[in-house]
Write a protein that binds this ligand. Sequence first.
Ligand code: ADP
Length: 225
Amino acid sequence: MWILKYIMEKKNKVKTIANFKEFVKEFGDIDGKENLEEIPCIILAGPPGCGKGTQAKIISKGIRWKHISTGDILRDSGDKDIKKMMKSGELLPDDLVGKELISYLKEYSKHHDPKGFIFDGYPRNLAQRDIFEEICRVNNLKLVYVFFLNAPESLLRKRIEDRGKTSGRSDDKSEKAFNKRMEEYNEQTLPMIESMRNGSNFIEISSNRSLEEISSLIFKKLDEI
Ligand code: ADP
């Protein structure tokens, strides 16, 4: 029922969380204990089809950091309202995604002692960036790099079209959904990425490089920490 409430709110254009500090205070303490040691994390950001998910899997396998994909978490929720929104290519409400992410992190941290986290597809707008910073602060996560995988729209469109033939993802199959995803990206995600550009840990990688080239660049950077 609460999901429906959030979706209704979204329809009424209530998009952001009024007090994200309170929000994280309520939900954000991942494992209930104080983490004395910093846990490093990275963000993989970029437009749909830029290869965030593929790179995250390679990096996670290579250095054994936990891959956190909000797209996968939301797809796995099995909720039909979430499915419907994802199918259309819209971004889901920030508080819904925040809650799903935090409860996933909590559940994971109960059973594992993570060496690091790879965030793929989160944060995706300025409000989520604030929530993310607060999650990091509360849980002693240290953002070591933001990798921005950039690519021209024509390449992204082609990749998603090809992926749609095999991925089984409903949002990969329709051109309308792709256009919506690009619109959300340009309006919401790009300003968030630009807000991080001046940070010393921001690295832009052009996505027309080969998969291997991109992952070895990322590995090299991670070796430096
Ligand atoms: P892509 O890399 O192609 O954008 P994802 O699997 O990362 O694919 O995301 C698929 C969909 O899941 C998005 O179009 C959006 O509807 C939803 N989603 C994923 N992450 C977020 C997020 N951080 N905030 C809001 N919606 C999200």
